[in-house]
Ligand binder design. Sequence first.
Ligand SMILES: NC(=O)C1=CN([C@@H]2O[C@H](COP(=O)(O)OP(=O)(O)OC[C@H]3O[C@@H](n4cnc5c(N)ncnc54)[C@H](O)[C@@H]3O)[C@@H](O)[C@H]2O)C=CC1
Ligand SMILES: NCC(=O)COP(=O)(O)O
Length: 335
Amino acid sequence: MTLALPLAYSIGDPAGIGPEMAAAAWAVRHTESLPPFFVIGSARVIEEAARRRGLDVPVCAVKAPDEVADCFADALPVLDLADLDYTPGEPDDAGASLALTALGVATGLVRSGAAAALVTGPIAKSRLARVGFDFPGQTEFVADACGIAPENAVMMLAGPSLRVVPITVHVALRDVPELLTIELIRNRAAITAAALVRDFGIVRPRLAVAGLNPHAGEDGRMGSEEAEIVAPAVVLLQAAGIAVSGPLPPDTMFHAEARERYDVAICMYHDQALIPLKALDFDQGVNVTLGLPIIRTSPDHGTAFGIAGTDTARVGPTIAALRMAGECAARRTLV
Ligand SMILES: NC(=O)C1=CN([C@@H]2O[C@H](COP(=O)(O)OP(=O)(O)OC[C@H]3O[C@@H](n4cnc5c(N)ncnc54)[C@H](O)[C@@H]3O)[C@@H](O)[C@H]2O)C=CC1
Ligand SMILES: NCC(=O)COP(=O)(O)O
């Protein structure tokens, strides 16, 4: 499947590993058969990040996505928004502002149909909050830009071994039981099922829904959320014709044989989902937002300020995010 349009990669925090991951991915574009992409951010930051990594990555300045195809084979196309001076591992407000502006511009280009899909470099949410970012994460920012309510934008992490969806995401653990409702689980699971069909080509996706408590509540001895919230949601999903099992004991649903029985694990909170995903697939994990009118992916890792500029960050998740964005976008253009 080939794309008529390039992917838009927002640079993320310049002091993190986002810029060097873009350069490193471009360097393996041929061996990895990556779809054409361009960076929205700063040519100077990309050049400096590549140099620190010891990569020979020429940059070509583009003014619009339709210029990308002409130069991608020989240079990394960059839509240059700022001539920024930065230090790896030392985030500052100027870098956070660039990350936020780049995210907005990249999202707008994809929404307008000028780019095929959005791949977001990692940001530090707390750093962006200092410069006016008023969302829990990029997921909600992109959803808002697309006119989608936050509850209808579903975070899925996907790797070769596992797909997971956290029903509640960036909230304190103590708030999770109150936030979980039958409707939230039903809605997010249904969006997940539809997206696995539409964007991932899984004809009849199998969903496995985790319980919240140890042993999925052990018949009420260790919590009542399974009987009162999770099980009724599963019944509604089954009535809608979706292949769903659960509530399952969370500790035994991620071993290799158990994973054969489902296409995605619907989890009750962030770490219940992301710990198994990152334990199994950290180096190829992709964060993808389901339920949007556009395709948005991101590598599963964060800014990794501690290793930025040291040539130790692995590029696998960025390659996987670019590849998945291209494949999902191509699937949408087929229908
Ligand atoms: N998509 C996004 O924008 C995401 C952003 N974040 C943000 O990133 C910041 C840092 O979060 P952390 O929890 O420290 O997670 P992190 O993923 O940045 O780092 C966790 C650990 O993994 C290592 N690591 C990360 N990426 C790696 C790579 N490609 N190769 C080798 N090692 C790698 C880091 O050095 C660190 O030891 C936070 O502000 C968080 O909000 C976190 C996850 C996703
Ligand atoms: N833990 C996942 C994460 O932090 C990514 O969030 P988002 O910025 O993609 O919403």
